[in-house]
Design a protein around this ligand. Structure first.
Ligand SMILES: [Cu+2]
Length: 231
C-alpha cells in the first residue's frame, strides 16, 4: 500500500528529526533545556476575570539567562495609558507614542526610573531604558487622572492578564517558580498574590488565582508627588 506524504508532513518530519538531533546535541553539552507554556488566570471575588494584572515567574536560584535588548511601547489613548500595566524585563527600552489628539507630559517619580518627557503629541518619545527592577508609576503633568504602571522584572518569563483575565507565557524553562501577580486594584496581600508552579517541558501548565477581597475602586499606588527640583 502506497502512503502519500504531503510536503507539509514531510517538512514536519524533517523538522522533528532536526529538533531531535539538536536536542540530542544539546543534552550532550547540557544546553538543551526543556520548556513549556504557562497560562495564568486571575478571577475576582465576584467571579469576573481581572485584567491588567502583571504576572511574573520569578527565576529559580541558579537559573541564568543572557542580556536583554527588548523594546516595548506604552501608548496614550483617550487620556489613558495603554496598556495600564506593562511588564518588561530589566534592560528593556520603552517607546512612548501619543495616539491622543491632546498633548501629554509623561513622568515618573519612582525610584527605579525617574524621568520626564517633554510635552508632546503626534510623535513618539523615548525610548526610555528601564535597567532596575521595581515598579515605575507613570503620571501625566497635564492630566492628574492619568496613571500607568511599568513593572520591571529580572525574569524573562512574564506577562499581563488580558480582558479574559488570562496571561499566556510561552517557552518557560522547566523548573519550579514562584509566581507573583500584582495589580493596581488588587486588595489581597497588599496588591500581590503568590503561588508556586512546577513547569515541565511535557505539557502546558495552568494556574488560577482567586481573589478573596473585592477590587479597589481606585488604583494604588498613585503617581508620586512631583518635585521638579528632583530632576
Ligand atoms: Cu496627559
Amino acid at each position: 500500500m502506497t502512503r502519500t506524504v504531503s510536503p507539509l508532513t514531510s517538512w514536519r518530519c524533517l523538522h522533528g528529526v532536526l529538533l531531535g538531533l539538536t536536542c540530542l546535541a544539546g543534552l550532550l553539552s547540557s544546553t538543551c533545556a526543556l520548556a513549556g507554556d504557562v497560562r495564568v488566570e486571575v478571577i475576582g471575588r465576584d467571579g469576573a476575570p481581572v485584567s491588567g494584572v502583571a504576572i511574573v515567574l520569578e527565576m529559580p536560584a541558579g537559573m541564568a539567562h543572557g542580556s536583554v535588548h527588548h523594546t516595548a511601547r506604552m501608548d496614550q489613548q483617550n487620556r489613558r495609558f495603554i496598556p495600564e500595566v506593562l511588564v518588561v524585563e530589566s534592560g528593556t527600552s520603552v517607546e512612548f507614542p501619543n495616539s491622543d489628539s491632546v498633548s501629554h507630559q509623561v513622568y515618573s517619580f519612582s525610584s527605579p526610573r525617574r524621568f520626564q518627557l517633554p510635552l508632546y503629541k503626534g510623535v513618539t518619545r523615548g525610548p526610555v531604558t528601564f535597567g532596575q527592577p521595581g515598579l515605575v508609576v507613570l503620571g501625566c503633568n497635564i492630566h492628574d487622572e492619568m496613571v500607568g504602571y511599568i513593572l520591571v522584572t529580572d525574569s524573562p518569563f512574564h506577562g499581563a492578564t488580558d480582558a479574559s483575565g488570562t496571561a499566556h507565557i510561552s517557552a518557560v524553562t522547566a523548573g519550579t517558580y514562584r509566581v507573583s501577580a500584582w495589580g493596581p486594584r488588587i486588595n489581597d496581600g497588599g496588591g500581590t498574590l503568590a503561588a508556586t508552579l512546577a513547569v515541565s517541558g511535557d505539557a502546558p501548565q495552568s494556574l488560577t488565582l482567586r481573589l478573596h477581597e473585592p477590587l479597589r475602586r481606585n488604583p494604588s499606588p498613585r503617581p508620586g508627588r512631583v518635585d521638579w527640583d528632583g530632576y
